[in-house]
Design a protein around this ligand. Structure first.
Ligand code: 2AM
Ligand code: CA
Length: 267
């Protein structure tokens, strides 16, 4: 797509993101129907589904040749990333949405032939919109985000870790992960992958590791990270795959080398 087309698509998508956020905020007065998916802690609400359907209907009626890759089943079954693909998590951080009524986000990205063109992460309750157009910088509302700090020492960094890292059934060497957690200044876990990527892009957190993320959790986040000079890969350093589940490292390339080389050992 050329610049004019992309700018137009960006404005349209931004309008839908803000409107969907408003609908979610208004829904918070109602009692929510909550169901579980793959396990008792994997939650989905009618608002996840309703929000995804809102986007699916809008995208299909305005852009019939575009595809949608999304979490709750209203998207397309994709076998390639060819063409224009919208990647949506209607509510990232559903557990926060249910328990806290905050700390969740809409994550939406538009990719063309596998390359991210437009990305949004909308912190709905704080009304903060992170947004990016490839090559034009990453923004938090109107403020452009600065490049990631060059000289990050592991000992002075805050590492985002997902609680799943401690699960028995993952392939990580847990002794090494414990060592990593002891080495860094502190760890955090916010429960919304999208907001965790946004925090790294903003420079208020230094790196993120997760053993289970889907494309809709990271599609917009990796674009923000790239615009500020960061990198996102699987935790063994290989590229992300947009058609499957992934592990993920995100942060400054120097931290990636240190963490992956010294602390990530797969069984
Ligand atoms: P979700 O809220 O859209 O499900 C939680 O640390 C992060 O991991 C969230 O971004 C969450 O996205 C994501 N996640 C991916 N798979 C998950 C699962 N099976 N259960 C809970 N969270 C999951
Ligand atoms: Ca979700």
């Amino acid at each position: 797509m050329d610049k004019a087309e992309r700018d137009k698509l960006y404005e349209q998508a931004k309008h839908w993101v803000l409107e969907a956020g408003e609908i979610i905020r208004r829904s918070l007065n109602k009692t929510l129907k909550v169901e579980t998916k793959s396990d008792p802690n994997d939650l989905v609400t009618e608002m996840d589904q309703q929000t995804e359907k809102y986007f699916a209907d809008k995208i299909r009626s305005s852009y019939s040749s575009h595809k949608l890759l999304s979490e709750e089943g209203f998207g397309d079954d994709l076998s390639t990333m060819d063409g224009v693909v919208w990647i949506l998590d209607p509510i990232d951080g559903t557990m926060n949405f249910v328990h806290q009524k905050r700390n969740f986000a809409i994550s939406l990205a538009i990719y063309q032939d596998g390359i991210g063109q437009i990305g949004f992460i909308y912190n709905v309750m704080e009304d903060v919109l992170y947004h990016v157009k490839k090559g034009e910088g990453a923004f938090r509302n109107e403020r452009q985000l600065a490049p990631l700090k060059e000289h990050v020492h592991l000992e002075e960094s805050i590492l985002l870790v997902n609680s799943l890292l401690s699960c028995e059934n993952n392939r990580l060497n847990h002794m090494k992960i414990q060592e990593l957690i002891k080495t860094v200044r502190g760890t955090r876990s916010y429960g919304s992958g999208a907001l965790e990527f946004a925090g790294v892009a903003e420079g208020i957190l230094d790196a993120y590791i997760s053993i289970r993320l889907y494309p809709w959790d990271f599609a917009a986040g990796v674009m923000l990270i790239e615009e500020v000079g960061g990198i996102t890969t699987q935790i063994d350093g290989t590229p992300l795959n947009f058609l499957t589940e992934n592990t993920a490292f995100s942060g400054h390339p120097l931290l990636k080398d240190k963490i992956i080389n010294q602390y990530i050992e797969l069984k």
